[in-house]
Ligand binder design. Structure first.
Ligand SMILES: Nc1nc2c(ncn2[C@@H]2O[C@@H]3COP(=O)(O)O[C@H]4[C@@H](O)[C@H](n5cnc6c(=O)[nH]c(N)nc65)O[C@@H]4COP(=O)(O)O[C@H]3[C@H]2O)c(=O)[nH]1
Length: 844
């Protein structure tokens, strides 16, 4: 299906719409996905950031706790030493006080006993602590926990490391101050089977050479400090609801601020959910610690909530420290910030959607505008094309000079008219019109005058017929009038009459008074042809017939005319082969000096003998040759042949002769005549001054400048130039002056009526006088009788030719004539002497 511009426009609009929609949807999808993706990424980043923050907070809290615990642990020994020193210092004060008080009042032994017994019951450290006394020999004086060993030596007493305990104590006081610490291992009260690190402080009691001291287990102090530390940790808060829990690696819960009831219990005794959490924490501890999550209930709250915890090991005490935060807080904060993000995303999406909708609306508006603009452009384009087509049609169908319909439009109207006539069973007439002797006017007065004349004639033709009739110009001076809806042939005759009358008469064209007559040929449909081609051809043939009948009339087509047209065609076809088949010959008509009767030259005239057509007159074939262009070959041949022939006679010893050769206007216009002439002269050897070229007035009437150049070139060659048929054309005088010709030939039409016809006689005399005045040779042609001859000779015509002297002769006859005349001195023999030669008839 052919695509109309409406469909095209619609498709363009829909295409643009689809494109815009696809783009909008694509962009919308892209931006939505992009923003969703960004939101997710930001959300994840946010969560990671918050989690990171919390983890950092837990980690930093743990670091602080570890530092605190480390400090506490590091202070254990110092605390222990400070405490036992204070105790021993008090014991020593007591001993000194007793000794000071009782010295001199009691015996020394009693005083000893008093001091021992005073110190024996003294206890401290929750009853764990006691004082011991040894002498410098290593004997035990007081040992409240094992009195049975009092009085015995403890010098060799060793701990599980092999350390001599007593000797260590003695070493401790072996300094000027008599005091010092000693470290050893001893059976711990909570576990009598195993020894534990213990530090003792001893002071020398000089009065009796005693060591008074006490000792304490490091583990005991450490335990206390641990308890303190746990209490400190219990009070520690991380953030809003973060706290610290401590689990011993053996599974005991040491500190659980959210569930104090669990403290001191092994995790296996706790509810399964809690067990699982603690197991996970212990697993994390075993793996070196780290972050973990679990669900745990808050204090006084049975609901389990997610918590983030960091697990870390306190290696020295086998503690697992757990700092934890409620993830609820994190979730709430995250939710808030995610909400803000979502808000941003929503507003971003809304902005994007609004922008896309706006873009869509703008694109739609733009597409509509484009569509409207294109529609307008298309409309304008169509209007322009239609106008151009109209102009083209008018241009293609009309004759540019007269604005009448041209051949194309005539053909189309004729075809239509034939169809109409067929339908209506009516007749139509085609009138083929040709202006009589228009060529002469055109050639002699120039194309501009000719064109104006044609315009005027066309105006009159158009004015003479009905507007429904078609007056057309085929070209040149040929017009065709189409008359439709005829009932009788006579109506065509009436139209032809009207045309003749309308165009007959004077025309004033640029100051020239011109007379125009027409020759009209009429062909009728259907009798003279059923198609346009035939009707045109037959009307043309009828027009030729009208011309042949003397012009200025009209003729209906007859079958006989058809035969003549055919004959014309046949002549043309056969003439094409005439040269190659040597059917052409030249005859020579002698020319004589009228005063002396001498043979001065001859005119070469073409003869054609065709095996089928027989002898064909030049009047029949020269025109055909000119129409078809064949004259170019024929004329060239005549030129070369005549020059050759004249020189041939001369070479045979016959007298030298001038020769005149006819040059057609077509030949003059197209061929490079000067070059041909030069070649003919060179080839034959004929002296240039013996060749005369006969030109018709029509030759000279054309492009004057071009003609003058050609004539000059010919003159430079030295040939003579003659004007043939003088008197039949226009403006003869101006040509004569302008072109400086050598010879003037009076047309035989003016000679034939001599001397009886006064007009022709006056004209002949005028021409002879004119030639003489211009220094030209005057030749009269067609002299048939003595009266004509005498008249012309009397009035001074120099040369003549005609049947009176001789018909055109074949080359052998001409040769015979020349032979008969003996010497051929120009202007030699008298005219009378030649008269017998007239008996030598032209065999045509
Ligand atoms: N009635 C009458 N006629 C006489 C008489 N004397 C001569 N003629 C004829 O007058 C014509 C003279 O030639 P034209 O005017 O140039 O007229 C020539 C010339 O225009 C043309 N023509 C002939 N041969 C050539 C040619 O070779 N080249 C060209 N271009 N035209 C040629 O054909 C025309 C006719 O030639 P032709 O038939 O040979 O006719 C010749 C000749 O036979 C006479 O006393 N009485």
């Amino acid at each position: 299906m052919a695509m109309t511009e409406t469909t095209l426009l619609r498709l363009q609009f829909l295409g643009m719409l689809a494109l815009v929609l696809i783009l909008t949807l694509g962009l919308g999808t892209y931006f939505t996905l992009h923003q969703t993706h960004s939101y997710r990424e930001e959300s994840a980043t946010l969560e990671a950031t918050i989690l990171g923050e919390q983890q950092a907070r837990l980690a930093s809290s743990l670091d602080t706790l570890h530092d605190q615990l480390q400090q506490i642990r590091a202070s254990t020994e110092a605390v222990l030493k400070r405490d036992i020193r204070q105790q021993v210092d008090q014991a020593l004060q007591i001993a000194h006080a007793i000794h000071a008080r009782e010295q001199g009042r009691r015996p020394e032994e009693e005083i000893r006993q008093l001091i021992v017994e005073t110190l024996r019951p003294l206890r401290f450290y929750d009853g764990r602590g006691y004082f011991f006394i040894d002498d410098l020999a290593g004997n035990c004086v007081l040992l409240p926990t094992a009195p049975e060993r009092e009085g015995s030596s403890l010098l060799d007493n060793r701990d599980d490391n092999g350390h001599y305990i007593m000797r260590g104590l003695l070493d401790a006081v072996a300094n000027p101050e008599g005091r010092g610490f000693s470290r050893y291992r001893w059976y711990a009260p909570e576990n009598p089977q195993a020894m534990a690190d213990k530090i003792a402080y001893v002071r020398l009691f000089e009065p009796f050479g005693w060591l008074i001291g006490t000792g304490e287990y490091l583990s005991t102090i450490e335990r206390e400090l641990q308890q303190q530390a746990l209490e400190q940790l219990r009070a520690t808060r991380i953030g809003l609801d973060g706290y610290v829990a401590v689990i011993h690696r053996d599974g005991r819960v040491l500190l659980s601020p959210s569930n104090p009831a669990a403290e001191g219990r092994h995790y296996s005794e706790l509810p399964p959910a809690e067990q699982a959490v603690i197991r996970a924490i212990l697993d994390a501890s075993a793996a070196g610690g780290g972050f973990t999550r679990y669900d745990w209930h808050e204090r006084n709250d049975s609901e389990l909530k997610p918590r983030l915890a960091m697990v870390s090991n306190q290696e020295d005490w086998n503690w697992v420290l757990v700092t934890s935060l409620s993830l609820d807080e994190l979730h709430v904060s995250l939710a808030k910030r995610q909400e803000r993000l979502e808000e941003n995303m929503r507003s971003g999406l809304l902005t994007t959607a609004a922008a896309l909708v706006l873009a869509l609306a703008l694109a739609l508006a733009f597409a509509l505008l484009i569509k409207r603009w294109l529609t307008r452009r298309f409309d304008q384009y169509h209007a322009d094309i239609a106008a151009s087509n109209d102009r083209l049609r008018v241009w293609a169908e009309s004759d540019p000079l007269t604005q009448l319909p041209n051949r194309t439009l005539l053909r189309s109207r004729l075809d239509g008219a034939i169809l109409n006539a067929q339908r209506e069973d009516s007749k139509l007439a085609l009138l083929f019109i040709d202006l009589d002797r228009f060529k002469n006017i055109n050639d002699s007065l120039g194309h501009a005058i000719g064109d104006n004349l044609l315009i005027e004639v066309s105006r009159r033709l158009a004015g003479a017929v009905r507007t429904s009739d078609t007056v057309s110009r085929l070209g040149g001076d040929e017009f065709v009038v189409l008359v439709e809806h005829l009932q009788q042939a006579e109506q065509a005759a009436q139209v032809a009459d009207k045309l003749l009358q309308a165009t007959n008469g004077q025309y004033d064209i640029a100051g020239h008074e011109l007379a125009v007559t027409l020759s009209i040929g009429i062909a009728l449909y259907p009798s003279d042809g059923s198609d346009a081609e035939t009707l045109l051809k037959n009307a043309d043939a009828a027009m030729y017939h009208a011309k042949a009948l003397g012009r200025n009339n009209y003729q209906f087509f007859t079958a006989a005319m058809n035969a003549r047209v055919r004959e014309h065609l046949e002549v043309e076809n056969r003439l094409r082969q005439a040269l190659s088949r040597s059917e052409l010959t030249l005859h020579y008509q002698p020319q004589f000096d009228l005063a002396s009767g001498a043979l001065v030259g001859c005119e070469a005239l073409m003869r054609w003998h065709n095996p089928i057509l027989g002898q064909v007159s030049p009047d029949k074939f020269i025109g055909v040759a000119e129409d078809s262009g064949l004259i170019l070959h024929l004329g060239e041949w005549a030129l070369f042949e005549s020059c050759r022939q004249v020189m041939d006679w001369e070479h045979q010893g016959l007298p030298g002769l001038n020769v005149a050769v006819n040059v057609s206007a077509v030949q003059f216009r197209h061929a490079d005549l000067p070059a041909q002439v030069q070649a003919a002269l060179e080839q034959s050897g004929l002296p240039a001054e013996r060749l005369e070229l006969e030109l018709t007035e029509s030759v000279l009437a054309e492009n004057r400048e071009q003609v003058r150049i050609t004539l000059d070139r010919l003159k430079q060659l030295g040939v003579r130039l003659a004007m043939d048929d003088f008197g039949t054309g226009y403006s003869s005088l101006s040509y004569l002056k302008h072109f400086k010709l050598d010879t003037l030939k009076i047309d035989r039409a003016f000679i034939s009526d001599l001397p009886g016809c006064d007009d022709h006689a006056a004209l002949a005399v005028a021409i002879i006088g004119m030639a003489e005045a211009l220094g030209m040779t005057c030749i009269a042609e067609g002299i048939e009788n003595a009266d004509q001859h005498d008249f012309l000779r009397w009035h001074g015509c120099a040369v003549g030719q005609g049947f009176l002297f001789s018909r055109p002769l074949s080359a052998p006859d001409m040769a015979a004539l020349l032979e008969r005349r003996g010497e051929a001195a120009p202007h030699g023999a008298p005219a009378a002497a030649l008269r017998p030669a007239a008996a030598v008839a032209d065999r045509d």
